[in-house]
Ligand binder design. Sequence first.
Ligand SMILES: [Mn+2]
Length: 362
Amino acid sequence: MELDECLELLYQGRLLPEVTVRALCFKLKEMLVKESNVVHISTPVTVVGDIHGQFHDLLEIFQIGGAAPDTNYLFLGDYVDRGLYSVETIMLLVVLKLRYPHRVHLLRGNHESRQITQSYGFYTECLNKYGDGSKVWHYLTDLFDYLVLCCIIDNELFCVHGGLSPNVQTIDQIKIIDRYREIPHDGAMADLVWSDPEEINAGSMDHREEFYRESSQHFQVSPRGAGYTFGRCVVEKFLHSNNMSRIYRAHQLCNEGYQVYFDGLVTTVWSAPNYCYRCGNKASILELYSTNEFYFNVFDEAPENKLLNETVNPSATNLKAISEYFKEPVSDPLQPESSEPDVFSDAYQARSASSRRVEYFL
Ligand SMILES: [Mn+2]
């Protein structure tokens, strides 16, 4: 099948035959094996954060941000899991990368992994859509091992899915990682896709808190169970050593679609509106015209999702089904607050990273 033919089907939300998926994955692996772990690109480019299988919202991104290849895109990872259309989402991105290799760039997120996708939806979705004997999940997770880890825009903007690592001081140290593998549990490669910035508000702090404030400037164990949280000192040191000005990353839900840390040195871009069809958050894409001219294009969920909400949203009767789909307890909004926090609540998401319970599904 020709690439343009594939694109036409995929834009309609159709699935490609398994043999085609196999051939496309092999072809893209051949292309990606030649890429460095750190890809260099130039502005103008539009940066996209987590999508998590929300296919209709990906189509919305092309509506508001411009179609590929008229607009250059850098996707920061987490294409699959959670949403109901991971296969459609990743296949559209795979074919766009093959068709327009210099205008579409795909980084690896922590969900582009065999282990994580078996727990958070993508594995089950592949079997549901292609049948129990199908190998679509294998083809795609093998392909994930070839995705690049980082991107540098105009030699000064560092882009990665998660964040920094205590094992990485220079870009060259990223370039020598053997990335053609499952994401390990620890080490530089794991940290790049798992870590989070952590900003401590100086304000009313007593002396005991001063100690924590100091230590939080550096790397701390992450409540996610993988990667680290990192503070302003770490960011300033990394940017200075590598002669860069800012970091753009994804990986954390933002109610307003993006979040700025450390006076703009780090920015989170989040591109899954109304995450999991129930978080009520906005999403954004970051349009970079040059290193110092940019615009956060904020958007709400696609109208198609609202139809989905009728079927997916937690009414008392289908809570159990959703709980099983998401493989985690879902609290019943009609019941009084239980001891487990509702990790999807605004109040919970607004907490600082270290005060949150493990939420490595994000
Ligand atoms: Mn992530």
